[in-house]
Structure formats: structure tokens, C-alpha cells
Design a protein around this ligand. Sequence first.
Ligand code: P6P
Length: 335
Amino acid sequence: MSRKNQTLGEFIIENQSSFKYTSGELSRLINSIRLAAKVVNHEVNKAGLVDILGAFGDTNIQGEEQQKLDVYANEKFIQTLTNRNIVCGIASEEEDDFISINSQDENNNNKYVVLIDPLDGSSNIDVNVSVGTIFSVYRRVTPVGTPVQLEDFLQKGSQQVAAGYVVYGTSTMLVYTTGHGVNGFTLNPAIGTFYLSHPNMTFPEDGKIYSVNEGNYIHFPQGMKDYIKYCQMEEGDRPYTSRYIGSLVSDFHRNMIKGGIYLYPKSSKTSNGKLRLLYECNPMALIAEQAHGKASDGFTRILDIEPTELHQRVPFICGSKNMVEKAEEFMRLKK
Ligand code: P6P
């Protein structure tokens, strides 16, 4: 149930009953993401003052060491999730291995694991372009104690209980799903409150925007080259518009609102593409499908891919259902 201008806190409480098998932990988990998003947003928004505040490794005027924002974001999300004592483990793009929370407590039966890209697109910060946080939540599989990578973290995307992103853009939004549709909340920075601004977000079935780094064109498989030429042809509702921000969350968010497709295929340079399955593609794929869109690697549904390692990469095609299916047609014709 949702109504415009509801706060995120009110929304979580009113929709608590839709969370199966939980007595409030998932709500508390989303609340800790909310807190971390506000803290990171504050820091991201003053990134432009880095000359005054000191670049990474320097000390700022307070004598504090200035952290790279992705390191800072990683620490803040891990800290808030740990302090709330809700999760048993966290995996992050910024950490080689997963972090076991309260592992000394062999009775630790915190139900959830979280996988996170704390600041995706962080190279855009220096040029004042929007960036994002992406998170994925699973129920642990092992019953208690220290989580186990294979069972608890390497789960198929279809097993996620929640997924979402924060986009630090012209305004800061938290967009997430717990399997009952996708809702977007916009932060009012004056009072630090997220308000429901985009209830029941859905991908238009069709769109006229394609997002791909065309600088890699010559390295793409022939089917992808043919699809890009298809987007550029004068025919029917084409040519499409090319829009590529270089920030997955931002390109995805725009395409979900306006209709469009995001493509990061494999190439002769990157045999599995660039994006990470567990904390980029799976959460964005769950959001896409919950918003009546589609996400695949060109051949297999992203949420059906059996993970083999924490930081594995997969080709990623995601967006308006009919556009993804057309791209898949081209890719299957000429691999
Ligand atoms: P390229 C950012 O580094 C990122 O992971 C995504 O957010 C973005 O869409 C993509 O990589 C950009 O990669 O190779 O086009 O610069």
C-alpha cells in the first residue's frame, strides 16, 4: 500500500506485513540502508569542495584524513549494517572477501547477508556527474554462526529478498523492491527525510533510448554490432537516442522512467563484460523484473545465473522488455 508523500519510515511500517518470515529485521535493514544513504549523500554533495577539504590521503583542515568517497561509502554502509546487528555477513566491491559480522558469537543467527557496491561510478565524482549505491539482500542459508561463502553469498539472483539503489543525482533517491513492486523515495535534504515520490515504478514496455559505450564498438560480438546499427537506422520509430552517463544507476534510472535499454556486453577486451553479477547485475535485474522490465546476459536470465565467485563479471542487458528481447534476437543470431 502506498500514497504520495508518505515518508520511507511510514511506508516500511505500513508494508511490514508483506515481508514473509520476518519479525521486523528486514524493515530494520532497510532503515539502516536509509541512514547510510543520508550520510553518504552529505559527503558526496560536498565532493566538489575537495580542494578545500583535501584530496584522498591528505588531511583536511580539521586534521582528519580525507578518504576517497568510495572507501568512505563502503565504511559507512558496513558500519550502519553492523551496528544494527541485523546481518551475519556483508560482501562489497571494495572488499576482497566477505565480512562476517559478530562471527565470534557462534549463536549469531542474524538472518540476512547483504552484498553492496557502495559507490558505483565513483570515477564520475571528479567531474560532478551522478553516482550511485547498489545493494542486494538474501536470507542466509546456513542456520547459524559464521556465514559460508558458497551457501550464503553465492545464491542465484532469484533468491534475493530485497534489492535497491541510491542515486546521488540532481536529487538523491532511494529506489528498492522487496518483491512487491518498485518504489522510489526522494530525499528532502533540508529535513533529512525520504518521501515516496515515485510509487509503483515500471519500465515502459518500449523505449527509444539505448545506453552503451560505443567506444568499444569494434570489440563487440557481431550480434551486438548489428543491434547497435539497428538502433541507429532510419526506420519505423528509429533511430533511437543514444544516452550514456557512465554510471549504471543513473542510466538505469533514466531508462526506467523514460523507457530504454542499457547494454554492457562482453567484448574481445572483456570476455565477461565489466559489471559484477552479485552486487550490480542481480539487484538491478530484480528491480527491472519487478518493474516489468527484463535483464539477461543476452542468452540467460540474469536472476537464473548460478554464481561461482564473489566478484564474477557477466555481460548485462537490461531495460524495457521489448527492447531487451530485440537485442537478444540479434545476439542469438550472431554470437
Ligand atoms: P565504461 C562504473 O564504473 C560502471 O561500473 C557502471 O556504473 C557504468 O555503467 C560502467 O561501469 C561504465 O563503464 O567502461 O563504459 O566506462
